[in-house]
Write a protein that binds this ligand. Structure first.
Ligand SMILES: Nc1ncnc2c1ncn2[C@@H]1O[C@H](COP(=O)(O)OP(=O)(O)O)[C@@H](O)[C@H]1O
Ligand SMILES: [Mg+2]
Length: 357
């Protein structure tokens, strides 16, 4: 079995009697990017600061390559942890040149330091800026310098706290991709903190979803998105639609047909959750065509309440005939129905989640 590059076990941290990090355990495997994803204030930065050694846990242990580096008695100082840091406000040293910035944390023979700096600047296409000062660079370029400065000493682990949030939108995706490529080339294990699900899915091999100081679900982006553990986990990644039903014989009847509710006792109220892209509009039948296939369940009638053109897709809000529930659908933008249009809808039943209410 591979030993995790970083492992934290049962980390707890209280502020003013409140558990801000509440029994968090997490592994980051060599060469992998793990994203700690959760809403603002859920304890992500505190967790990272504890791992970096700039804050101290109340209980729990931290291991690097299987070796204890910190518990409540023993503590390796931050600078000896082989951890690279990159935070949102990655301040470069303004009075040092780009290459001096990158060389800052390096020790050893001058020639080797020089070679390492050159290698990294070349890797991120900034060789021509080696003798420039940070203020002469764009935001994106400064970001790349900060990245290679953190990577220069070959840390075992990179901790990154919302490192892209200072960049403007149009740059961000390219910089994320480039950063990921550099991190993968270097083979560094990465723990990246973000509150943006899109960023986590783009960057992560593994997502750890955090809420109120706890990790509620962990897995590959595909799994966390497609098999959320509860309603909140589903809703963290996109708008969701909710209809309710009552269970009878492990099934619940709804205007969209029956849904499986395995293991749920009779007479329990359940929420059926689905994302806007999993509503299908019954175009062909004009609402009255042939029977839907069993996988589509039953078509339910609705009226267009609102329709907005969003470029790549249209966002359509429907008022359901059965009880006035409003459901959101995203459909290809070639389709933009008039408000008031009656239409029949089905849902992708294989993409619905049933949770106890
Ligand atoms: N030094 C501190 N003293 C008191 N409360 C703190 C301190 N640091 C963080 N907190 C609180 O802990 C909670 C989690 O903060 P943080 O870890 O920064 O969350 P996140 O990074 O997920 O947004 C917040 O409510 C914050 O106000
Ligand atoms: Mg934070």
């Amino acid at each position: 079995m591979t030993i995790p590059r970083l492992e934290i076990r049962n980390i707890k941290r209280h502020f003013d009697g409140r558990a801000v990090v509440d029994d968090v355990s997490l592994k980051v495997m060599p060469g992998q990017v793990t994203c700690l994803l959760g809403p603002s204030g859920c304890g992500k930065s505190t967790t990272l600061r504890i791992i970096a050694g700039v804050d101290m846990q109340d209980s729990g242990e931290i291991y690097v390559d299987g070796k204890l580096i910190c518990d409540t008695i023993f503590r390796v100082p931050p600078e000896a942890r082989s951890i690279g840091l990159m935070f949102q406000d990655f301040a470069l040293f303004p009075h040092l040149t780009v290459s001096e910035n990158v060389a800052f944390g390096l020790t050893g023979p001058k020639k080797a330091r020089h070679a390492r700096v050159n290698e990294l600047l070349e890797r991120v296409g900034l060789t021509h800026f080696a003798d420039s000062h940070p203020h002469q660079l764009s935001g994106g370029e400064q970001q790349r310098v900060a990245l290679v400065r953190a990577l220069a000493p070959r840390p075992s682990i990179m901790l990154m706290d919302e490192p892209f949030s200072g960049l403007d939108d149009r740059l961000r995706d390219d910089i994320r991709d480039e950063t990921l490529a550099v991190l993968k080339d270097e083979g560094t294990a990465v723990l990246l903190v973000t509150h943006e699900p899109g960023e986590a899915m783009r960057m992560a091999d593994e997502i750890a979803l955090m809420r109120d100081g706890q990790i509620v679900q962990q897995g590959a982006p595909y799994n966390v998105y497609n098999a959320p553990k509860d309603r909140e986990a589903a809703a963290f990644f996109s708008d969701v639609n909710v209809i309710t039903g009552i269970v009878e014989g492990a099934l619940t009847d709804t205007p969209f047909g029956q849904f499986l509710a395995p293991g749920v006792p009779d007479n329990t109220k359940v929420d059926i959750i689905f994302r806007p892209q999993h509503i299908k509009i019954d175009f062909d039948r004009g609402g009255r065509g042939p029977e839907p296939t069993p996988s589509d369940g039953v078509a339910a009638k609705a009226t267009v309440e609102r329709a907005r053109f969003m470029g790549r897709e249209s966002l359509v809000e429907f008022k359901m005939d059965f009880d006035g529930t409003l459901l959101k659908a995203t459909v290809p933008s070639v389709f933009l129905p008039q408000v008031g249009t009656p239409l029949w809808l089905t849902v992708r039943r294989d993409r619905c989640f049933v949770f106890k209410h």
